[in-house]
Design a protein around this ligand. Structure first.
Ligand code: C2E
Ligand code: CA
Ligand code: CA
Ligand code: CA
Length: 279
């Protein structure tokens, strides 16, 4: 399922999926999981590479399946995108993330940025910005604590419509990051057209960066691009001190990865917030 990735839907000819009973069962189960209480958010810290202080968290969805246990999103996000269930699923994620942010604000009095993955279909739904505004209002969240992660593919189709939606989102005070930067097929000129605040260096460029010159060059170029365009940056998938050190030396300001923390349940993030406050 992993190889299929987020564009997995392209593999199916129209209607083909209809004849796959296992897929229909999965879709039905997923629909029930969204309506029921089976989805759960984990949160992965994004840290300052110099001080290791927590700067934000990325919300990552999991499915607490009654028989199969905790299911990774790589097994159901593609199906959700193919079936359109990504819209209600994404709305659930958005509300759950804002709810959690509200809890942290009340318990810890520590504002922490929350990054939320938004799929193309969700963003292109009519009224997405209005829906976002309503939820921000309902949960009484400071919008500057919210960042939406978009992939380059979002920016490729219906450019005028997407541009309008992104400006509406920015007008709310919410910021925008490009996820998996450098892995898509868009032209760099979109950085000029779209109101982007941050680039996320994909983990494929971070992997073994200290002994893979091409990865080093690509990461360095992305950091330079971000710096010269005054964009924020975060490198994802940092697993080793060597990877961290190379990125820190090229003045990449933030990082995310197993070296710092795996995605954690909300209760454990509270400990993280506490730890970084004490230091
Ligand atoms: P992503 O947005 O690129 O998220 C980063 C993935 O890398 C996460 O996998 C995370 O657990 C993993 N990761 C973090 N640090 C490391 C590391 O040091 N090493 C390695 N090998 N992996 C690391 P996860 O949670 O399984 O999510 C997979 C993908 O599922 C996400 O990729 C994203 O595309 C999608 N996804 C997850 N949650 C949501 C959601 O709420 N909405 C949407 N639309 N997509 C989501
Ligand atoms: Ca992401
Ligand atoms: Ca990513
Ligand atoms: Ca990725």
């Amino acid at each position: 399922a992993k190889a299929r990735g987020r564009n997995g839907f392209r593999r199916y000819a129209a209607g083909t999926a209809m004849y796959n009973p296992a897929r229909i069962a999965l879709e039905n189960d997923l629909r029930k999981a969204i309506d029921g209480d089976e989805l759960v958010l984990f949160f992965q810290p994004q840290v300052d590479l110099v001080t290791q202080e927590i700067r934000g968290v990325e919300a990552l969805v999991r499915w607490r399946h009654p028989q199969r246990g905790l299911v990774s999103p790589i097994h159901f996000i593609p199906v959700a995108e193919e079936s359109g269930l990504i819209v209600p699923l994404g709305n659930w994620v958005l509300c759950a993330a804002l709810h959690q942010l509200r809890q942290w604000q009340m318990q810890e009095r520590l504002p922490v940025r929350v990054s939320i993955n938004i799929s193309a279909l969700q963003l292109r739904q009519g009224g997405f910005a209005r829906y976002l505004a309503e939820q921000i209002e309902a949960y009484a969240i400071d919008p500057c604590l919210i960042e939406l992660e978009l992939t380059e593919s979002v920016l490729m189709h219906n450019v005028e419509g997407v541009l309008q939606t992104l400006h509406e989102i920015k007008a709310l005070g919410v910021s925008l990051a490009i996820d998996d930067f450098g892995t898509g097929f868009s032209s760099l000129s979109y950085l000029r057209r779209f109101p982007i605040d941050r680039l996320k260096i994909d983990q494929s460029f971070v992997r073994d960066i200290e002994r893979t010159p091409t990865n080093e060059s690509i990461a360095r170029a992305i950091v330079a691009l971000a710096n010269s365009l005054s964009l924020d940056i975060v490198a994802e998938g940092i697993e080793t001190p060597a990877e961290k050190s190379v990125l820190e030396h090229m003045r990449c300001s933030e990082g995310q990865g197993y070296l710092f923390a795996k995605p954690l349940p909300a209760e454990e993030i509270v400990n993280w917030l506490g730890v970084s406050r004490k230091e």
